[in-house]
Design a protein around this ligand. Structure first.
Ligand SMILES: NC(=O)c1ccc[n+]([C@@H]2O[C@H](COP(=O)([O-])OP(=O)(O)OC[C@H]3O[C@@H](n4cnc5c(N)ncnc54)[C@H](OP(=O)(O)O)[C@@H]3O)[C@@H](O)[C@H]2O)c1
Ligand SMILES: [Zn+2]
Ligand SMILES: [Zn+2]
Length: 368
């Protein structure tokens, strides 16, 4: 049998050079890079990127904490921009439209999960916005720390022209990752929802749960964030390092969304669930959690679950919900060359509450 490189099979479209910022290796800071984007095919939308949020997953990925094996990695999956070109068969977008791209750029579209609109759980494996395998070219996908991206129209979101674009970018990951479990587990009037960690995901979870009508308890390790937590919509703030405050919250919650990016003891949070309550893990630390003890689940028929981002239809629903409720992320805008400093602040839980890169600050790609 004749062996051929994947690019022989897939590499059928011409490429265009794009300025980007990425990690050349796991232990190196991000640098200015030239990457290649495919020319838009018949169903593709070309987007000039205006803003891109900085997710803790970007940091886990570029530093190889989740087991990546291929670099360079150009992260970024909270993308908002303007359509600059469309393929001949594109009917949902036109040049000049605002558009968003989240964590997914493709999936098999035929498995049971895809058919249900749950592309994030595609049984054949979806194509992530960065670090995935681009079907059209056989190359690794590159994310939103770049000046432009090309995406199949089925994975492009509509962004209202009435919203703050920079504050909307983080909704494409932090927003949908918290919206989806809040909806799935029925957050709303009469329900009590706990949120663990006030970072990018956590502050959106607080805002969204409050907007859905739930009574919200924020758990934070940072006493200095308590006032912000209340201003964002929390009815109660519990400093999770205070055992008395944790004891006072026992048995009060129907649902907890845990957004913490580091391994930690889950039992103190599980104790705050009511009988039949659920703790949903969305934080994805590289190391396992040391608990739960099974008795913390058994004795009150509690559940522990996980949840990944959201499907494309639900992401659009979330964007529309946020536009209707005037919800965006609380952001700190940075220049592209401030990314390493931003990563260090994310690691010390010092972000209020999402860094967003102004893509106008992207340096021109180095000559190759
Ligand atoms: N499931 C998914 O689909 C999905 C999607 C996106 C992101 N993620 C993951 O979700 C996690 C959070 O992402 P993010 O961008 O929101 O991160 P982030 O902005 O860094 O927020 C995490 C927050 O967790 C709290 N925290 C950090 N270390 C802690 C510790 N040792 N013990 C207790 N609390 C701690 C801090 O809040 P306080 O200061 O308030 O304690 C911190 O601000 C990451 O692991 C990311 O990869 C998962
Ligand atoms: Zn993310
Ligand atoms: Zn599928």
């Amino acid at each position: 049998m004749l062996l051929r490189s994947p690019s022989f099979f897939f590499d059928r479209s011409p490429m265009s050079q794009t300025s980007a910022f990425g990690a050349p290796a796991a232990d190196q800071p991000l640098i200015s890079l030239a990457i290649e984007r495919r020319e838009p095919g018949p169903r593709d939308v070309s987007i000039e990127i205006l803003f891109c949020g900085v997710c803790h997953s970007d940091l886990h990925t570029v530093r190889g904490e989740w087991g990546q094996s291929e670099w360079p990695i150009v992260p970024g999956h909270e993308i908002v921009g303007r359509v600059s070109a469309v393929g001949a068969e594109v009917d949902g977008f036109a040049v000049g439209d605002l558009a968003g791209v989240g964590c997914l750029v493709d999936s098999c579209r035929t498995c049971a999960s895809c058919v249900e609109g749950l592309e994030q759980y595609c049984e054949a494996g979806n194509v992530q916005t960065y670090g995935g395998l681009e079907k059209e070219t056989g190359r690794m996908t590159h994310g939103g720390y770049s000046s432009a991206i090309v995406v199949d129209q089925d994975f492009v979101l509509h962004i209202s022209s009435d919203v703050d674009l920079a504050a909307t970018a983080p909704l494409l990951c932090a927003g949908i990752t918290t919206y989806s479990p809040l909806r799935k587990w029925g957050a709303g009037p009469g329900s009590t929802v706990g949120v663990v960690g006030l970072g990018g995901l956590g502050h959106m979870a607080v805002k969204l749960a409050a907007a859905m009508g739930a009574e919200v308890t924020l758990f934070t390790t940072s006493p200095g964030k308590a006032d912000d937590g209340r201003a964002l919509g929390a009815d109660h703030v519990v400093i999770s390092t205070d055992p008395e405050a944790m004891a006072a919250a026992r048995g009060t919650l129907d649902l907890i969304i845990n957004t913490v990016a580091a391994s930690h003891d889950l039992d103190p949070y599980i104790a705050t669930l009511k009988r039949d309550g659920s703790i949903v893990l969305v934080g994805a630390p590289p190391e396992p959690h040391p608990s739960p003890q099974v008795f913390s689940l058994i004795m009150s028929r509690r559940s522990i679950a996980g949840s990944a981002i959201g499907g494309i239809a639900e992401t659009q629903e979330m964007l529309d919900f946020c536009a209707e409720h005037n919800l965006g992320s609380d952001i700190e805008m940075i220049r592209m060359d401030q990314i390493d400093e931003a990563y260090e602040r994310v690691l010390t839980s010092d972000v209020k509450y999402r860094f967003v890169i102004d893509m106008a600050s992207m340096p021109a790609a180095p000559a190759s």
